[in-house]
Design a protein around this ligand. Structure first.
Ligand code: EPZ
Length: 427
């Protein structure tokens, strides 16, 4: 596959507004929900990023009909996807699909619920540590699925999934989503405990209810789902992408920048706002927008990633880049994934002074970053390198930038509008 190289002439001040796209991590499970019934699902505010295109292709492979439309024309954001699965023709998710995104695992529960069979090539996606799916499988087996590994495929079958009382051994976003979808068509009542509470999970529940599912929350982190025999079509607007919003908000905190991030749900980024305020960043919050103005003086921070509503692991790499600009020693502890500091070696090529010890990175600032030749390793690391390139003196080239386009819609164009000198070259 052709390499995509992003080149940035850094050190230019960024100013202006950026509108947040729909959330990739909401759109992915919501597209998978199309397997649950024959009706038409119409999604608006869909981010047309690579992972969404791959999920749409996966749905087509197993029998979906549908289209991706852009009401505003051109490359503007806010696409519409109409999709229906009148018949689930072949419950197989091929390696071609699954090797690029872990989200293909989200088809497992819906396919089993709809037709009692599923074959999914083992998930790919970001190399950010061990990406296990044992909690997904434990839950589905408890519901009566027989699951076995056949070479590179995971094969599952069941008569009709049975309602269960299941407690997740650990917080899992896609695990919660998989079992929520499976339970909507299971026999009887399912109780899922210790569920992930991310806004994207909540948005999936809004969609499933619109499709006729009987789901209610119980206590802090449990869902009670009464299985139905069928679900129907629905229309749904995808929530704004809090991780994209946080990425641009962090960009606005670099010296000399002033960025207004519009179309956000402020409550979705509480912990990031707290951390930035603690660093002395100048950030203001209005009903649907953030406004950040980069000062010259940022204090260091101590940050620990955690499941929602804690500090999101998906913003850890981007914040690490900002912390190279803080005056003093910061510490970032990554508790969600066991190998999510791959951006650090690249930032060190730009002159950053960072040491990774176990699950923590120690960042000594303030360092003047200088442009370098870098390589993106995963989706959020690529965003961290872009932020570094924008702040660095000189030119930065980032190879393997396909990673960026997996999860950020029109990022080069949005940054150019803010004054960045950024270009895409195909190697
Ligand atoms: C989702 O991944 C997101 N992806 C990730 O975003 C995000 O980083 C992650 O949640 C955590 O918030 C999508 O929603 C498509 P997990 P997911 O299951 O569901 C362990 C991005 O950049 N675990 O919540 O795969 C697992 O190893 C991506 O947009 C098990 O042990 O993450 C990890 O340590 C990257 N067994 C932790 O739990 C399981 O069965 C959290 O994983 C499942 C998970």
């Amino acid at each position: 596959m052709q390499d995509i190289i992003i080149s940035i002439q850094g050190g230019r001040p960024l100013a202006g507004s950026v509108v947040v796209s729909g959330a990739k991590n909401a759109a992915l499970p919501e597209l998978a929900a199309a397997c649950l019934g024959p009706g038409v699902l119409e999604f608006s505010n869909v981010p047309l990023v690579e992972d969404v295109k791959v999920m749409f292709a996966a749905l087509r492979e197993i029998g979906a009909e549908g289209e991706i439309a852009n009401p505003l024309g051109g490359d503007s954001q806010g696409h519409i996807i109409r999709v229906a699965m009148p018949v689930l023709r072949s419950p197989l998710v091929s390696q071609r699909i699954a090797r690029t995104t872990r989200a293909s695992v989200l088809l497992l529960g819906p396919m089993l619920a709809r037709c009692g069979e599923a074959r999914v090539s083992l998930p790919g996606g970001c190399p950010i540590g061990e990406r296990k799916i044992d909690f997904h499988l434990q839950g589905l087996e408890s519901m009566g699925a027989e699951i076995r590994f056949e070479g590179e495929y995971l094969a599952a079958r069941c008569d009709r999934l049975q309602g269960i009382d299941f407690t997740f051994p650990g917080k899992t976003v896609t695990g919660t989503e998989n079992l929520l979808m499976a339970a909507t068509l299971a026999e009887g009542t399912t109780i899922l405990r210790n569920c992930a509470l991310e806004p994207e999970v909540e948005d999936l529940v809004v969609l499933l209810r619109a499709m006729g599912a009987d789901i209610r929350m119980e206590g802090e982190d449990a869902y009670v789902i009464r299985g139905r025999t069928a679900l129907h079509g629905a229309a749904h607007r995808v929530i704004p992408d809090r991780i994209e919003a946080g990425t641009y908000l962090i960009a606005g905190c670099f010296a000399g920048n002033e960025i207004r991030v519009e179309g956000v749900v402020p409550g979705h980024l509480g912990e990031l706002l707290t951390v930035l305020a603690g660093m002395g960043a100048s950030v203001s919050v209005s009903e649907h927008a953030f406004h950040a103005r980069g000062g010259s003086m940022l204090h260091p921070a101590e940050v620990v990633t955690a499941p929602y509503p804690g500090f999101p692991t998906d913003l850890q790499a981007q914040l690490t880049t900002l912390l190279t600009q803080a005056t003093g020693v910061s510490r970032v502890r990554e508790t969600i994934f066991n190998d999510r500091f791959r951006h650090v070696d690249e930032l060190k090529l730009m002159g950053a002074d960072i040491d990774v010890r176990g699950d923590a990175a120690v960042i000594r600032g303030r360092t003047g970053l200088r442009g370098a030749g870098l390589r993106a390793t995963d989706l959020r690391a690529s965003a961290a390198l872009v932020l570094g390139g924008l702040a660095a003196a000189g030119e930065t080239r980032i190879a393997n930038s396909y990673q960026l386009f997996r999860g950020y819609e029109n990022m080069p164009e949005k940054l150019q509008k803010l004054g960045a000198a950024i270009a895409i070259n195909r190697g």
